[in-house]
Design a protein around this ligand. Structure first.
Ligand code: KG4
Ligand code: ZN
Length: 351
């Protein structure tokens, strides 16, 4: 019998104590939940170190995880006020992400689960972003529409049940977060781009008519046209020796990039006849988008469940939350679980 089969055969608690571990990019994170109650969340970031290089350097990220993982897990367990022996399972991101970075968290999680003799649960990072809202609203139950907007993914998903999804639309080129990061680079803003665009946009107005993304009845996104429009606008001004207001560029870009996210999510909810929208991913930390989503949902009589900003960007609470979904479904992993750089979100349609 394999480790995962033995784990599936064990008596399962309805409110398990789960340790979540996340190390897919530049955040070394650990968190403990009991059922849907978050007991602790520790995030140790190497972003300041990465900023010196204008982006994430994979080897620096892996080394930073190696240094920080023990402290992150130790603090998460002690701040939760529990003993490692009380834990029911260890949930860990196995992909998608930087391979070396993932391997640090995954290997640590395997050793921890093995030492305690408890189940290991491999978590898809994106499913983690989608599950963060279960901690924000412990009464939340599918069906609902999930708006996912991170550095690598942008999608509108019909979440039918805890484990069944229908991708209604996704990006055909750049992800929303990627577009924020590229627009930031054009404006010479430091890494990470998203929060810096948001900060600068507060000083400007959305007065530049960047092209709207293709509209119509579909749910797909395309950010490359908007990115090119920002590049062309800035370069043309520079070539003509004309000054331009970077804050206006940031505000106009942000307005175009976020408007389409809110529009697609609200339309999807109406089409499916579900009146809850759940959001996840780093871009959902954007204050302008949060206000827009909240306002548009309230106008349409839709409940918006937006995780607190620190649970939109990478964290381990969301990994523990998805770990809980998998625990209750009896899906456990073996110690042969490997890291995966890419895990496709899935094809459009039912999953
Ligand atoms: O979900 P996340 O932390 O990592 C991935 O799984 O990709 O998302 C990171 C992305 C980056 O592109 C970052 O620029 C963007 O989320 N982001 C933001 C904000 N905070 C993070 N974009 C816009 N506004 C923000 N405040
Ligand atoms: Zn992420």
């Amino acid at each position: 019998m394999t480790y995962s089969e033995r784990a599936a055969g064990r008596a399962r608690s309805a409110e398990p104590l789960i340790l979540g571990i996340e190390s897919s990019c530049d955040e070394t994170a650990a968190a403990v939940i009991r059922g849907r109650k978050l007991l602790s969340s520790v995030i140790l970031s190497s972003a300041a170190e990465q900023a010196k290089y204008g982006g994430v350097v994979p080897e620096i990220a892996s080394r930073a995880h190696t240094e920080a993982i023990g402290e992150a897990v130790g603090r998460a367990v002690s701040e939760a006020g529990v003993s490692p022996r009380d834990l029911d399972a260890v949930a860990v991101t196995y992909g998608a992400g930087l391979l070396g970075a993932l391997l640090v968290g995954l290997s640590f999680a395997k050793a921890y689960a093995f030492a305690l003799g408890i189940p290991l649960i491999g978590v898809n990072h994106i499913r983690g972003h989608m599950a963060a809202a279960y901690l924000t609203d412990p009464t939340l139950e599918p069906p609902f529409i999930t708006l996912l907007a991170s550095g690598g993914h942008t999608a509108v998903i019909y979440t039918k049940s805890y484990t069944e999804f229908e991708i209604m639309g996704s990006t055909r080129d750049d992800a929303a977060g990627e577009a924020f990061d590229k627009a930031a680079r054009v404006l010479s803003l430091p890494y990470p781009g998203g929060p810096n665009i948001e900060r600068l946009a507060r000083e400007g107005s959305a007065c530049i008519p960047f092209p709207k993304m293709f509209s119509g009845s579909g749910y797909d996104f395309s950010y490359s046209g908007l990115k090119t429009a920002v590049i062309n606008y800035c370069h043309t001004k520079e070539q003509r020796g004309e000054a331009f207001c970077a804050a206006d560029v940031a505000a106009s870009f942000q307005s175009a990039a976020c408007g389409v996210l809110a529009e697609r999510a609200v339309r999807a909810a109406k089409e499916k006849g579900v009146y809850t929208i759940v959001a996840g991913g780093g871009v959902i930390a954007n204050g302008y988008l949060r206000t827009l989503l909240t306002e548009e949902c309230s106008r349409a009589g839709i409940r918006a469940v937006l995780p607190e900003k620190k649970y939109c960007t990478d964290n381990a609470a969301m990994i523990a939350a998805e770990g809980l979904v998998q625990y209750l479904a009896g899906n456990f992993s073996d110690f042969s679980l490997n890291a995966a750089a890419h895990i496709p979100l899935g094809k459009k349609g039912k999953q």
